[in-house]
Design a protein around this ligand. Structure first.
Ligand SMILES: [Zn+2]
Length: 198
């Protein structure tokens, strides 16, 4: 399919989906790599490919926007989402105007399609003329999290330097780490060393 944004090679990270909610995975695209805060998006292509991978859209954008606009606006929406999640978690006022600025341009309708006589699909189709419209499903996911999410279960990883968030869907609701292999393991090693010193 001809597209305005080309697909790039992406090396998947186990941290891509630890948020366990699409809006949290969105925030988590900015993460620590060693002691450096690292953006997994460096280009329009990175953003568009992430949107498709995360299932927000089936296709890359078919419209050509000026270079860098998709990256800039996606990063802008991500910061708005991060601030809103932090404010919601801290029971502070959420600046809704900025998020609504991404929700208002959304134009969508539902269609019913069929693969066979017994296999019907009912799905929402979004217009994607502008960058804001292309990002609309992401903004809606953030709004859905803020309005319907259980914020006792939305938590930040307890890893000292870690900036990742997650939605705790475990049965006991005692999840503490972005990933047991990363921060969970680091904490275990630190506790072991502390014990060994005493
Ligand atoms: Zn972590």
């Amino acid at each position: 399919m001809k597209s305005g944004v080309a697909q790039t090679e992406y090396v998947a990270s186990p941290l891509d989906c630890v948020g366990d909610h699409p809006a949290i995975n969105f925030i988590n695209t900015l993460r620590m790599s060693g002691s450096e805060l690292t953006d997994t998006w460096q280009s329009d292509e990175d953003v568009a490919a992430w949107i498709v991978r995360e299932g927000f859209r089936d296709t890359l954008p078919s419209t050509k926007w000026p270079a860098g606009v998709l990256l800039r606006k996606a990063r802008n929406l991500r910061e708005i989402a991060r601030k809103a999640v932090e404010a919601r978690k801290a029971k502070k006022n959420i600046p809704l105007g900025e998020l609504n600025g991404f929700l208002e341009p959304s134009v969508s309708h539902c269609v019913l399609s069929t693969k066979s006589r017994t296999d019907l699909r009912f799905e929402r189709v979004y217009r994607q003329k502008t960058v804001e419209q292309y990002l609309a499903p992401v903004a809606e996911s953030v709004a859905e999290l803020l309005s319907h999410g259980d914020f006792d279960l939305v938590r930040r990883c307890e890893g000292g330097q870690c900036v990742l968030w997650f939605y705790d869907r475990t049965k006991a609701h005692r999840r503490r780490w972005c990933s047991p292999q990363f921060c969970g393991n680091r904490a275990k090693v630190a506790a072991f060393r502390a014990r060994a010193r005493t």
